[in-house]
Design a protein around this ligand. Structure first.
Ligand code: NAI
Length: 418
């Protein structure tokens, strides 16, 4: 392996302090780490972790190393790496290839460097490592035990590969665990997307019209939190059931062409491409703000904005002004990259605790069972999902109600009625 590629090794101490703060808020992962330290279930595993390089990810990496794995770390987005965290991990002797502000070429080079570990397990947030392995390193694919995928967009890509018969090794859709998406996607993205927007612009939500495209887990979380701060929320959906849910949750629902002239702020959380396009920019108010919190920077048609603008300037960190011919100014945040990670810390450790507990236990499952699995996308085993919920509840000092014997029997019987 070649030396780590990071921004500044001198940031390591600051990174360690922040990693420690997050660790104290990730009790479930901590329990799993202790178990891994005792049992070393990951001995022999060589893991490429292509994840947002944040304090929470650092704690996942620590857990995997405690389990006996060798790990190479690379970022899953050019703007989401926290350079102090990358420095801290490199100072511990890990192979780290990630720095904030990579260009596209550097981004893929970093992933390829990490692949020099010759991994047998891949961890992805967006399926980029898996895509590269499949396209450029098929010999590596043949030796993989399996992989884990962290986000909705990655799972969508992998299901498409599996359907085409193109997937060469089994992958666990960590994103789809209930203890992941119900909390990370909803409360994590909801809160941290607000944080990213406020950090970049100091935007006041109260009294503003906020247009949310996508009412999935992430969109629901963001709409709920924006409304909580006093915004007037409009939801854009393509799926009738979700649109209905949004309407009954109390939001206005309409096509984007109708919402475009109304919004002060537009946020995409769809996992889809070109959701906000030229025809929408053409209708927006002067000084409207546009941001994305979906995985890839394709949800806003940035090339269209570039074509329409007669002037473009950076007005402050993470805020680009596009001046249009008619004098209107539109503001794009963080180059359309996921705003919560590009302009803020990303999800709080309390939710990543559950996401990464699912990751750690799913990696263990892949190491123990991967070779007997088909080349397909698997759900997180239900016992893992349930265990994560039980551990989280216990860490919060909460207990569930227990069924009585009579209730158990009642729930299993069909003869008992009134
Ligand atoms: P989801 O599948 O639950 O929701 C996406 C919603 O967008 C669906 O309801 C879909 O019908 C809707 N949609 C699709 N195309 C649309 C269009 N053109 N206009 C309006 N609505 C449209 O997915 P989830 O979990 O909410 O994830 C959304 C995106 O956010 C994905 O790219 C995911 O990878 C990403 N994500 C980002 C995180 C972050 O830290 N910023 C964290 C977790 C997920």
């Amino acid at each position: 392996m070649q030396e780590s590629v990071i921004r500044d090794p001198a940031l390591a101490e600051a990174g360690e302090k922040r990693i420690e703060w997050a660790r104290r808020h990730m009790p479930v992962l901590e329990k799993i780490k202790e178990e891994f330290e005792r049992e070393k279930p990951l001995r022999g595993a060589r893991i490429v972790a292509c994840l947002h390089v944040t304090v929470e990810t650092a704690n996942l990496i620590t857990t995997l190393v405690a389990g006996g794995a060798e790990v190479a770390v690379t970022g899953s987005n050019p703007l989401s790496t926290q350079d102090d965290v990358a420095a801290a991990l490199a100072a511990r002797g890990l192979f780290v290839y990630a720095f904030r502000g990579e260009n596209e070429k550097e981004y893929y080079e970093c992933i390829k460097r990490a692949l020099e570990l010759e991994p047998n397990v891949s961890l992805d947030d967006g399926a980029d490592t898996i895509a590269i392995i499949h396209k450029e390193y098929p010999e590596l694919a043949a030796r993989m035990f399996g992989g884990c995928e962290e986000t909705t967009t990655g799972v969508v890509r992998l299901r498409a590969m599996a359907e085409d018969g193109a997937l060469l090794y089994p992958v666990i859709a960590v994103n789809d665990a209930e203890t992941k998406m119900m909390f990370d996607n909803r409360y994590g993205t909801g809160q941290s997307t607000l944080h990213g927007i406020m950090q970049a612009t100091n935007f006041l939500f109260a009294g503003k019209t906020v247009v949310v495209a996508g009412y999935g887990w992430c969109g629901r979380g963001f709409a709920m939190r924006a409304q909580g701060l006093g915004a007037n929320v409009i939801v854009i959906e393509i799926e009738p059931r979700k649109a209905l849910e949004a309407a009954m949750d109390g939001y206005r629902v309409m096509p984007l062409s109708q919402a475009a002239p109304l919004g002060d702020l537009f946020v995409t959380l769809t996992g889809n491409i070109n959701v906000i396009r030229e025809e929408h920019f053409a209708l927006m108010k002067d000084q409207a703000i546009v941001a994305n919190s979906g995985h890839f920077n394709v949800e806003i048609d940035i090339p269209a904005l570039e074509r329409m603008a007669k002037e473009k300037s950076e007005v402050q960190d993470n805020v680009t002004e596009y001046k249009l011919d008619d004098g209107r100014r539109l503001y794009l945040l963080a180059e359309g990259r996921l705003i919560n990670l590009a302009a803020a810390y990303g999800h709080p450790p309390e939710v990543m605790d559950m996401s990464f507990a699912n990751q750690a236990l799913s990696v263990r499952y892949i190491v123990e069972h991967g070779r007997s699995l088909a080349r397909s996308v698997y759900p997180v085993p239900a016992e893992i999902d349930r265990r994560v919920a039980e551990l989280k509840l216990a860490s919060m000092g909460l207990e569930t109600e227990r069924l009585t014997a009579e209730q158990e029997k009642y729930l299993r019987s069909w003869q008992m009625g009134t």
